[in-house]
Design a protein around this ligand. Sequence first.
Ligand code: FAD
Length: 459
Amino acid sequence: MAEEATAREFDVLILGGGSAGYAAALRSVQYGLTVGLIEKAKLGGTCLHWGCIPTKAYLHAAELADEARTSSKYGINTSLESIDMAAVRGYKDGIVAGKFKGLTGLLKQKKVTVIQGEGKLVSQNEIEVDGTRYSGKNIVLASGSEAKTFGLPIGGRIMTSTEALELDYTPKSAIVLGGGVIGSEFASAWNSFGVDVTIIEGLDHLVANEDPAIIKVIEREFKKKKIKTSLGTFFEKVEDTGDGVKVTLADGKEFTAEVCLVAVGRGPVTAGLGYEEQGITLDRGFVITNERLHTGVGNIYAIGDIVPGLQLAHRGYQQGHFVAEEIAGNNPLIVEDINIPKVTFTDPEVMSVGYTEPKAKERFGEDNVETVEYNLAGNGKSSILGTGGIIKMVRQKNGPIVGVHGVGKRISEQIGEAQLIVNWEAYPEDVAAFVHAHPTQNEALGEAAMALNGHPLHG
Ligand SMILES: Cc1cc2nc3c(=O)[nH]c(=O)nc-3n(C[C@H](O)[C@H](O)[C@H](O)COP(=O)(O)OP(=O)(O)OC[C@H]3O[C@@H](n4cnc5c(N)ncnc54)[C@H](O)[C@@H]3O)c2cc1C
């Protein structure tokens, strides 16, 4: 529990201590600004407690389960005895607790004033918390997001990702409503834990925002792992039948399982927080800002998941830094959502940054786009890891690389170079000229760039 705040006036007053809010706080104090950070639950927000970190701990445990099952093909004879979900949860809780302690200590050390409680914007420069008004020369709204539930009764067998992370048993079977990033990651982890998983997705594909070539691979790999899917029809009803759940689709088709995970997207947390009363424009609950994240009202900015666009922790961090730099008068560079790297930590993993082939054709013209697909079958390290997959690069004809996409085990590690390529607007010949260490999956990026430059080495 934070100490009671004694200061009431700040240079920067932030509502919400998640990824976006605490990044804005840390960067602001570096410029000598005084900062009040209001948090009603736990510093670190969704990402640390109910999002990125706990899910990735589960996915790591899931990978170990798969390794134990399959390691005999590498001459290491093991077998998977059982999954102790309470212990997996304990491991996850330990990681989260450690990071929470570190973050709390860091904010204290940097002299960010943490105000524990639920805040409401009551004027253009004041937020009220438990009857006390705090003022800020600048206000930063960072109240984050929560799972959408479409009115479904959450509790017991029907759960969002938050409840699913607290299970201390592995259900025999699960229906995952939603085949986006969160649904696909849970489906992947549960499948590795031995759960019989069915994903129900209303759109025609899993991770539908990815490049079609990547989607094709991930759908094929999920099928191989016996993750079942129902694509292209939306669900209509979800019922707890007492001994399980029944999901009815719009076409009348029914699915049953022991539990149901509702992973149908996340909506902004903005209702009842006084934003509209102060003249801030909301659209379906999201805060509308200009490209410099200013709301158009007083000195009020908005950052993170409440701003329409990609709901990712590193976008929140970036927007947090951005606004702090803006307030400090440093005229920071705008990073557009299209250039923000994305990773889906399924098995196999998906990474992408920039334009997909269809989006590039829409943007630059049908005949003005070139692509290559490099198959990981030609990559030594991928063979060692026992993974298939592809790297796909998209360039503007005679122009820079505008999209890099990949699918394969551990391919998330390649997002670093991929995002530099796209953000530095590198040409294939720039990337092809650099040396990629052997044997790494990183070589696949070099090979793809060489192929896109018209001179494949191994192809
Ligand atoms: C299951 C899951 C997995 C995810 N995995 C990833 C991943 O691997 N990588 C990735 O980049 N992103 C991931 N995300 C998304 C990521 O968690 C969010 O994009 C990120 O947390 C957004 O940060 P934020 O600061 O905008 O909001 P939040 O993290 O939601 O923080 C908002 C904070 O504001 C507080 N708050 C709200 N209202 C008030 C109020 N009135 N008064 C005081 N405090 C208030 C909340 O308690 C919360 O702490 C995942 C999300 C989920 C749910």
